[in-house]
Design a protein around this ligand. Structure first.
Ligand code: ANZ
Ligand code: ZN
Length: 817
């Protein structure tokens, strides 16, 4: 008896695919193009089981689409810049390039060992000058368009990593990586103007086939808020102070105005008052506090008066102005009207500072609710024209009047901030800008790209980027006026590198441009994108922004890069996330070595619906291995029987033939639907297992060898996207052909309908029995069958049947006199 030897089988078929260049697709060619992409890996150490799952999912889709006649591009690359390699360099002195490239080699050999069907002619890594040249080029196009700009900005600073952090890298006021409490600093930084695209980033979500929860996360991150801008005025200084509010209906309840400590007018307003020194001290202190802490509702409010009053445009009242840190500088206008009766934070502030509280929303007919009251109601204490109106009606009226006097209008605000892209770190893409004392920031001419990352001795960031120490590299002449100037020493956020890599795959060798428009037109948008839900917000939002911006600049035709998105769940062990600290990590390498890649791949897809988290089980792996071994052995056995035709129609065979033929076509239908419509890879694999059981020697009964052979050949064909090596090997033994070039099987209708159905037997409309009946039975035969059932007969005793109601395929109702 042959034994299933995955090592030998997998080596053989990997060599066959390589010799056939089976997964390479030129840009030109026949057939409908499809682009299947998994998020590119960040190469650090060895790949883990999550990678195996991610690429097993994408590969199953790629194989399925190829065999359905699509010309599939399935490329791979590496997101090679980033902090871990640099931190490793700080500890060991090893150049980040060396550790990164070592890791890329282990990823590549894992992908080979797993047999993932990649077109390797398209591969690249983002740290290669041939790639980052174009990252720089794209940055310059954004710069010229005013979409990349420099600004002094309060930044989150990790004193341990000595780097600026993005908001999302700060968790509970601490650095995401090292958990050091984060500080605030002001630095000149590069930003990309993603906020210009807030509305389009929202609209685009309606056009794409993404999981609803991912769309919701993106919507919340963009955070559109519909409200109004209302202008308060400091008559003394002739100065206008607009506020953003979502509740213009409560304007009559405003009893103070608050500015954020970062508000640009704070010092101007307080100048010349007795408050100047106090305000300055407060502003300095607030600047060091993380935003999370500042907007924490449970904290007792702090603030100081700026010593001025402003006029409320709706009623002319003079309101005191404060500066308080619960108002954020970068949201709305950085100023709010305080309505303590109907806003919790304003209420706490008014209590602490002993300010008046005026109720302007009441529940009609109810006793006065305790304050602050944030519920529904109608207006009160606002004068006869407004009292009694609903908040919506009142808001409309108030805004109409303000608009006439040019003191207010509707406005939207977004939570989304511009994207801070400068990093004071070494291992990233250099920013192609030269700072000239006369000309300011000047673009490096395109012909001089790439600005190569210089070799340096010391990677330690000491408040500035380590690149600042590379004097020979930094000191240049201004491209515009030729006076001495300095290179920008920051590097780009690695999210910039990964915001366009999927475009480069379309034309990876292009040396004249980041891509040729024709190549991108051919492949984009990505038909199926696969990745972790941890990238649901930033990477996907940034990539979408890049496409929209580059399209506006004429470099691209697509607007939304990823037509369909799939986010896979994690693999856990004993219900816990795998981590080195917990010591519960399952590495793919030993599993693949012991059981073969096919077992590992099919198992991670089989344990649960791929979008769900799944718990690893060693017994489950064994089970999958036994299944593949059994299928392979059955195929070897069947291959020894002479090939002959299985029954063509149900009438051709015996009961066992019929059962197995039906099961086979059911499995084709089920796997095809699961793959094409439901992304239910786990139930697809389960269906093949059912089919193999049905055709196994224990169950095949009197079926003809040709029937069994057909069932097994089909099982192999259907399991191919999940266990491609085993499937190719078994198919080769059975059919002597290359399975990856075979068309995907199609179910035949005649076998899909069962020849029996469950007949409902009623007597006088009451259910008395259920019985299996033949679909080909005549009405008379059905009535006879129903009458003969003991349960029905018992109810018929002593009565005449005067009429029958027959619904073929459903029921017989016997009506008695
Ligand atoms: C008056 C008011 C009355 C408000 C009321 C609320 C309730 P969202 O929904 O998140 O957009 N606000 C405006 N700018 C702010 C800033 N820079 N920092 C902190 N708070 C700010 O919240 C909008 C509301 O948050 C605005 O509406 C404003 O308070 C406050 F009964 O104005 B409201
Ligand atoms: Zn100059």
């Amino acid at each position: 008896m042959d034994t299933y030897d995955p090592t030998q089988i997998e080596r053989r078929w990997q060599a066959a695919w390589a010799a056939d260049r089976a997964w390479e697709v030129p840009n030109e060619g026949d057939g409908e193009a499809a682009y299947v992409l998994e998020m590119l890996p960040y190469p650090s150490g060895e790949p883990h089981i999550g990678h195996l799952k991610n690429y097993a999912v994408g590969d199953a889709v790629a194989h399925f689409l190829r065999r359905r006649g699509k010309r599939v591009m399935h490329p791979m690359g590496y997101d090679a810049f980033g902090l871990p390699a640099e931190n490793h360099a700080l500890r060991t002195g090893q150049h980040p390039r060396e550790s990164t490239e070592a890791s890329i080699r282990s990823f590549r050999s894992a992908f080979d060992a797993w047999g993932i069907s990649i077109d390797w002619t398209r591969q690249f890594a983002t740290h290669e000058p041939a790639y980052y040249r174009w990252t720089q080029w794209l940055f310059l196009r954004l710069f010229e368009a005013g979409l990349a700009y420099r600004a002094q900005a309060p930044v989150k600073w990790c004193p341990n990593d000595q780097t600026v952090l993005a908001n999302e890298q700060v968790i509970d006021g601490r650095c995401e990586r090292c958990e050091t409490p984060v500080e605030s600093r002001r630095l000149e930084q590069w930003f990309l103007r993603i906020t210009d695209y807030a509305e389009r980033l929202l609209e685009g979500l309606n056009e794409i086939d993404w999981p609803e929860h991912v769309k919701t996360m993106q919507r919340n991150w963009i955070g559109r808020s519909q409200g109004a801008q209302i202008t308060f005025r400091c008559d003394e200084l002739q100065h206008e102070l607009p506020v953003f509010t979502t509740r213009p209906d409560t304007a009559y309840g405003a009893t103070f105005v608050i500015l954020a400590p970062e508000h640009p007018d704070v010092l101007r307003l307080t100048a010349g008052t007795t408050r100047e020194r106090e305000v300055r001290a407060y502003v300095d202190h607030a600047a060091t506090m993380p935003a999370e802490q500042r907007s924490n509702d449970r904290r007792a409010p702090t603030g100081v008066s700026v010593g001025r009053v402003v006029t409320n445009p709706v009623n002319g009242e003079q309101l005191p102005v404060f500066v308080a840190d619960y108002v954020l500088g970068d949201y709305g206008t950085g100023a709010v009207m305080g309505v303590p009766a109907h806003d919790r934070r304003d209420f706490a502030f008014a209590e602490a500072f002993d300010l008046p509280i005026r109720r302007v929303i009441v529940e009609p007919g109810a006793p006065p609710a305790p304050l602050p009251y944030v519920g529904d109601g109608v207006l009160a204490n606002c004068g006869p024209e407004l009292d009694g109106l609903s908040p919506n009606a009142a808001a409309a009226q108030i805004l109409r009047r303000l608009r006439d006097r040019d003191l207010g209008h509707e406005r939207r605000s977004y939570r989304l901030r511009d994207w801070l892209v400068s990093r004071q770190r070494y291992w990233g893409c250099p920013i192609p800008i030269i700072h000239c004392p006369t000309c300011g920031p000047v673009a490096v001419p395109d012909a001089e790209l790439p600005v190569l990352l210089p070799e340096i001795e010391n990677y330690a960031p000491e408040g500035v980027s380590p690149l600042a120490g590379a004097h020979a590299w930094v000191e240049v002449v201004c491209p515009s006026c030729a006076s001495p100037a300095r290179r920008d020493t920051d590097t780009l956020d690695t999210f910039v590198d990964s915001s366009w890599y999927f475009l480069r795959y379309c034309d990876p060798a292009s040396a004249e441009a980041p891509w040729s428009p024709a190549a991108v037109d051919r492949w984009m948008p990505v038909d199926q994108y696969v990745g972790g839900v941890e990238h649901a917000i930033l990477h996907l939002l940034y990539a979408r922004f890049f496409c929209k911006a580059l399209r506006d600049l004429g470099h691209l035709c697509v607007d939304e890069p990823f037509r369909r998105l799939f986010t896979q769940g994690m693999i856990t062990r004993n219900g816990a996330k795998m981590s080195k600290n917990r010591g519960n990590v399952v590495s793919p390498a030993p599993i693949v070595e012991r059981y073969g890649a096919d077992t590992a791949r099919a198992y991670v897809l089989f344990i649960a619906a791929p979008e769900q988290d799944a718990d690893w089980s060693d017994a489950g792996v064994e089970g999958m291995h036994r299944f593949l071994a059994r299928l392979w052995r059955l195929c070897c056995h069947a291959a020894a029987t002479p090939a002959s035709e299985p029954p063509r129609i149900p009438e051709d065979g015996n009961d066992d033939d019929r059962r197995i033929m039906r099961k086979t076509h059911w499995a084709i239908e089920k796997v095809t639907g699961d793959m094409a419509e439901r992304f239910a890879l786990n139930t697809a694999i389960a269906a093949v297992r059912e089919l193999v059981n049905e055709a196994s020697p224990e169950r095949q009964g009197g079926a003809a060898p040709a029937t069994v052979r057909f069932a097994l050949t089909t099982a192999v064909s259907l399991i191919f996207p999940f266990a491609p090596h085993t499937a190719c090997d078994a198919f080769d033994r059975l059919e002597g052909r290359a399975l990856w070039r075979e068309p995907w099987p199609v179910a035949e209708q005649v076998w899909l309908h069962s020849d029996t159905f469950e007949l409902v037997v009623q007597v006088d409309g009451r259910l008395r029995d259920r019985v299996n009946a033949s679909t080909s039975a005549t009405d008379e035969q059905l009535v006879a069958l129903a009458t003969a059932q003991p349960n029905a007969a018992a109810w018929l005793t002593g009565r005449d049947v005067i009429r029958h109601v027959v619904v073929p395929g459903r029921l017989v109702n016997l009506v008695t006199g």
